[in-house]
Structure formats: C-alpha cells, structure tokens
Ligand binder design. Structure first.
Ligand code: SF4
Ligand code: SF4
Length: 474
C-alpha cells in the first residue's frame, strides 16, 4: 500500500493503514464511527478518499485561520481594502466548511478544486499578512543577530506574533525600562530583529535557542520570564521539564497550557513586574551570530538585478528552497546535509523554523558576486516570498512557466500551517516539490497517486544524494 507517491520503497512512507478512514460527525454514523470496523464507505456513501480529502480541507483551513488571525490583528479596521481582503478569506473558509458537511459533495474533482481554492486563499493570506507586517513595521533588512548571549533582566518571546512583541516593547519603553529589561527572541520570533520599527526599541536584544521544541531546555535554563505567543508550545503532558518554568511562563490569546499565566487585554505590566523581580540571566555567553531579514521585498530591491545578471552570466546556476517546520528527531538532518551539499554557485532560500537546522552555517556569497548564498525570508507565513522571487525572475527572463526555472524545493512539514503553505504552492501549479521527513498519514493511495501524477509531489527518501543527484551535480 502507498507505493507510488515518492517513487518506491521509501521507508519514510506509510506502509500500512489499519483504518481506511474514520468519520463520526453525524447521527447516521456507524457505531464508533464509519470506518471503525473496516467499512470502505460511510452510511451516507462517503468513501475513504472523500473523507480524507475533507480532512485535508479542514487542516488547510486551520493553517489559514492562524495567518488570518494575525492579519486581523494588524489590519486597519477602517480600511475598506483590508476588510475586503479579510472577507475574501472568510468566504473561502465558510464555503469550505459547508462543503465538508454531511451529504453535500461526493465528487472527487470538486474536492480537488476546493483544495485548490483553499490553497489560493493561502496565497492571499500570506500576501496580506506580509503587506501588513511591512506596512506596520517597515521592510526588513538583513541583520546579524547575537545568538545565545544575554544578561540582566530578560523576557524571552517565542512564536510568530510580531504585533504582541511590538506592544510589549512599547510598554517597556513607556515605563522607562528599556535599559533595565532585555527582550530576546526564540524560534519563529527571530525575524523580528530585521524589522525597522522593532529594531528601534533598545530593549530588543538577540536570539536565544533554535526551533520551538528546544523551549523546554532553554526556558528551564532561562532565569527570566518566557512568553509563547502562538502555536508550538510544549505542554506539561509532553515534558516534565515544563514544571521548571511554568511559574515564569506567560501565554497570549489562543495559546495556553495549564498552570501558565495569561497576558490579558494586552496588559504587559504583570509580565514586566514579574521579570524585574527575577534574578539576572546567567549562562548565555556565546559569541555566535546568525543572519536573518532577507524579506522578499528586500531581496527583489537589493539583489533583483544582480541575481538576473548572475543567472545570465552563468554564475548562479540553481536556487534551492529548503524550508518549513522543524520538529524533534534526526530525520530532519537530511535538510542540513542537503543545504551543506548545495554547490557554491547555487543559492539557498529558507523560511520558518526549519532553518535552525542549518542557519549556524556561514554560506558566504555566490562566487564572483556579492549575492549571499543564504537567504532567510522570515517566518513560515513569509514563504510566499519564494514565489514572488521566482515569479519576478521568470518574468525578467521571459519564462512563462515558473516550473521551468532551475529551482529545487525540499520542504519540512510538521503542522497545519505547513499544509496551507503546500496547498498554496500547489494552487499556483508549482511542481516537483519534495516533502519530508515523512509522508502525511492522512492521504491514501488514490490521493497520493493524484498528487504524484498531477504535481510530481514526492516524499524524501532519507538519502538526499539519491533524491537530488542530478541537481547537485549540475
Ligand atoms: S458523514 Fe457519512 S461517513 Fe461521516 S459519520 Fe455521517 S454517515 Fe458516517
Ligand atoms: S514553522 Fe511551523 S513548526 Fe516552526 S514554529 Fe512555525 S508553526 Fe511551529
């Protein structure tokens, strides 16, 4: 089973599936759910494939909802254009949820069309959020950030929510505490350092730690307070280490775990007062530096012409997009090994927290140019930047189909924001994407076959040399 997607005997692929599907959402459900006893279809006639496609639709919507929420926080309620952009997203969400209701649609092609519609909304929400970020905080510029270096009173902020970060920095400044408290970033908050309107706050210091899952170790060691302002929080049910810092942990809006404190109504004073009472930060004395801030708007402006010249002169041969979600486990070392193996005259574009697998490396510049070989577009919601860069290059080179550009794509995935990003790329007709480290467990043979045949979507084999033999040798 599941043999075609990814091209053969990939041990990372799903090899068996006990249940063809499970659905228990309506009264007609079989006992313990349709599919629970091996039924090939539900009482309503829904097949396993349709049930799974409907699951994928809702997973995509969850990722969409996360970005939509950040867009709503940043948008101008009085702007008709902002409201229209938000409503367009909400219309797709409502229509898609209706689409998945019992006895609404049993047509395969229309399920795929709906998936593409959700993907298209993914493109729009990332563009919307990107525009709002740069409108409010300025266009990021590349910046070198201290890594694992901290002193004095400290607040460590993890997550994607730049709006919250700015409000916290603003409050610290209003209280005249900019030289008494340092605010440090963790995981997806790293790109904050590149935004001009955030950089102006003296309290914003360096970055601590890597991707979200090292929070249990980092927060345990951190003497100050910690804030997790979006998903990718580790609960006490997952790790006993959470008890080491639960009394110093604050969450924001939808994020929460039992025992942590909540930042209510954007009142940051309890967090700030608590931080002042805690000991100074100790044990973070590293001299490491990391680079971030290659937002696509910066890349196009600063390097656009140079990239075109380098391509025409044969100095730049290929672009790699190696990006996505990090998660525990050694299987993602594949992406580090791949990044390290990329030839000198190739460019690496990344985003999201997967970059922490290789952003400690100094990749230098493309030989014969001053174009950096490593470009960090920002958070996972900034993944749209890779598409904007590809479209701009294709247009300048007179290439109609961006699939004809010398681009290789290897994406790590973990949760549902990665799913909306993948659907967004598919809705744009982007092919030949490798995903990993494992195949999604929610797709079956029929869906695998469709994705493989239509988009040439593949799962990594675990051996990057085998997967990218041709491209690495080019
Ligand atoms: S929607 Fe269909 S498959 Fe799902 S529980 Fe109801 S009858 Fe069963
Ligand atoms: S990129 Fe994905 S895994 Fe990483 S912090 Fe963001 S949402 Fe979580």
């Amino acid at each position: 089973m599941f043999g075609i997607f990814g091209g053969g005997n990939n041990k990372n692929q799903k090899e068996s599936c006990e249940l063809p599907f499970l659905c228990w959402q309506c009264e007609m459900s079989a006992p313990n759910g349709c599919g629970a006893h091996g039924e090939s279809k539900g009482v309503c006639g829904k097949t396993a494939t349709k049930a799974r496609l409907q699951d994928i639709l809702t997973y995509g919507l969850r990722g969409l909802a996360a970005y939509r929420e950040h867009a709503r926080e940043l948008m101008d309620e009085n702007s008709a254009e902002d409201r229209a952009r938000l409503m367009e997203l909400d219309d797709v969400t409502a229509e898609t949820l209706y689409f998945t209701l019992t006895n609404v649609n049993f047509n395969f092609d229309e399920h795929i069309a709906q998936l593409m519609k959700v993907g298209n909304a993914g493109v729009k929400v990332m563009d919307f959020l990107s525009d709002l970020h740069t409108r409010r905080l300025g266009v990021p510029a590349p910046v070198e950030v201290t890594q694992n270096k901290a002193s004095g009173k400290g607040i460590l902020v993890s997550g994607h929510n730049l709006d919250m970060l700015e409000k916290l920095l603003q409050r610290i400044a209003e209280r005249g505490l900019s030289d008494k408290i340092g605010v440090y970033t963790h995981s997806e908050m790293l790109p904050a350092h590149a935004y001009p309107h955030l950089k102006k706050y003296r309290a914003l210091k360096g970055n601590i730690g890597k991707a979200w899952y090292d929070q249990t170790d980092i927060f345990s060691k951190w003497n100050g307070t910690c804030v997790v302002n979006t998903n990718c929080i580790v609960p006490p049910e997952k790790s006993p280490k959470v008890k080491n810092y639960i009394d110093r942990l604050y969450t924001y809006k939808v994020v929460g775990i039992d025992g942590a404190k909540k930042i209510e109504n954007d009142n940051f004073d309890p967090l700030i007062d608590h931080t002042l009472q805690l000991p100074d930060i100790e044990g973070f004395d590293s001299d490491e530096k990391i680079v971030t801030g290659h937002h696509y708007k910066t890349v196009l402006e600063a390097y656009g012409a140079k990239v075109l010249d380098a391509i025409k002169a044969g100095k730049l041969q290929r672009v790699w997009v190696i990006a996505g979600c990090d998660a525990p486990g050694r299987s993602r070392n594949y992406f580090r090994e791949l990044a390290l193996a990329v030839p000198q005259n190739h460019l690496i574009i990344t985003s999201s927290c997967g970059k922490f697998r290789f952003n400690d490396v100094d990749f230098g510049v493309i030989p014969g140019t001053d174009i950096p070989r490593y470009i960090d577009l920002g958070q996972c919601n900034d993944s749209n930047g890779a598409v904007h860069i590809a479209l701009a290059v294709a247009k300048a080179l007179g290439i109609e189909d961006i699939n004809e550009l010398p681009v290789s794509i290897a994406l790590m995935w973990m949760e549902q924001k990665a799913i909306i990003i993948l659907l967004a790329l598919l809705s744009l007709g982007i092919k030949d994407i490798y995903i990993g480290p494992r195949a999604p467990q929610f797709v079956n043979d029929e869906i695998y076959n469709f994705l493989a045949q239509t988009f040439n979507l593949k799962v990594i084999s675990g051996d990057f040399k085998k997967d990218f033999q041709k491209e690495l040798g080019a």
